[in-house]
Design a protein around this ligand. Structure first.
Ligand SMILES: O=C(O)CCC(=O)C(=O)O
Length: 331
């Protein structure tokens, strides 16, 4: 076996916290002779890089222990690992027990005063902005990484054309006007703001900051976590939302940016086990919302033709993107 392959096996083993005996066994299992394996493992004793990898593995093990404590505490709660539903919550209560506690919640009664609840329909969108050119995410079916490569899927379309396609009511994940398109669509879709009104929980100086989502039944937003706290508000149709806590980090298999290798796997609701993360699941319908705390994993599926808004304009500093970058986290 080339020396570089042996070093790679050792590096992986060290990063995983293996002791000398386990490293030796790893090399032998890969076909290295016992004597050569002993020589390699003994050499690590004088290698400062190996020492640093061992120290780092121990620090990671400590973080796993801290996460395990959070898991225990979450399961020990009176109602176990569960999603609370709050009806028009008092902002102080919401910020104290959910936002600051990094705990998701389903929220109802937040937008009962929105004209959009009765106005929004494909006909309404066509009437107020049908001639506008809008950007949407397209050709998602061709690319398993359509979210990671979302820049490659942006396309300009006449809003009326998109609306006509949605009128067919076909289940599809191929086209979706998402929050990511909001920058391009701000002017074209500005009339939609006439259908909205401030939400009591949010910062009222930013009442026109929000993101529009429009897509057919069948859109899938794969497992990921946001870099901010997020409020997803459903106006038309229903969405199924699955969520997993930040302390299930290892089981969420995060190898790229903020995406989970689980993709769109319908991970089952429940407390999870050694391999499967704990998952909370709910369906939000018109007038309902879900609070997605920063770092919580989520996956979203539209069960009907769906129009939603999302907001990050909480009454707290919620701009964590630069902060995330400064950590040099998984890129
Ligand atoms: O509604 C969706 O499809 C995805 C929403 C979401 O994941 C988000 O706002 O972070």
């Amino acid at each position: 076996m080339p020396q570089s392959d042996k070093r790679a096996l050792l590096a992986e083993g060290l990063a995983a916290g293996y002791d000398d005996a386990a490293l030796h066994a790893r090399l032998v299992a890969a076909g290295v002779s016992a004597a050569a394996a002993k020589y390699e493992v003994d050499r690590l004793g004088k290698d400062p890089m190996a020492a640093e990898l061992r120290a780092q593995a121990a620090r990671m093990a400590k973080q796993r222990w801290l996460f395990a404590n959070q898991r225990r505490l979450a399961l020990e709660a009176d109602d176990g690992f569960s999603l609370h539903t709050l009806d028009a919550p008092d902002p102080d209560h919401f910020y104290r027990h959910y936002y600051e506690a990094n705990r998701p919640a389903k929220l109802i009664g937040l937008i009962a005063h929105w004209p959009a609840l009765t106005r929004w329909s494909l006909d309404h969108f066509a009437a107020i902005a049908g001639d506008a050119i809008v950007e949407a995410q397209v050709e998602r079916n061709l690319d398993p990484d359509y979210e990671l490569a979302k820049d490659d899927h942006r396309r300009l379309v006449r809003f009326a054309e998109l609306i006509d396609w949605l009128r067919k009511d076909e289940a599809s994940n191929d086209i979706y006007l998402t929050a990511y398109n909001s920058g391009t669509n701000a002017a074209a879709l500005a009339p939609l703001w006439n259908d909205l009104a401030p939400i009591a929980l949010l910062d009222d100086t930013k009442s026109r900051e929000g993101f529009f989502w429009l897509g057919p039944r069948g859109t899938l937003t794969p497992w990921h976590h946001d870099l901010t706290n997020n409020l997803l508000v459903q106006v038309v149709g229903r969405k199924r939302v699955r969520m997993a806590p930040p302390w299930a980090f290892a089981r969420m298999k995060n190898s790229r940016h903020c995406f989970s290798d689980w993709g769109n796997e319908p991970l089952p609701a429940g407390d999870g086990n050694a391999d499967m993360p704990p998952v909370l699941e709910t369906i939000i319908g018109p007038g309902e919302a879900i609070f997605l705390p920063v770092g919580w994993w989520h996956q979203v599926e539209a069960l009907d033709l769906s129009a939603s808004m999302s907001f990050t304009s909480f009454r707290r500093d919620n701009a964590h993107v630069e902060d995330y970058k400064s950590y040099g986290a998984i890129g």
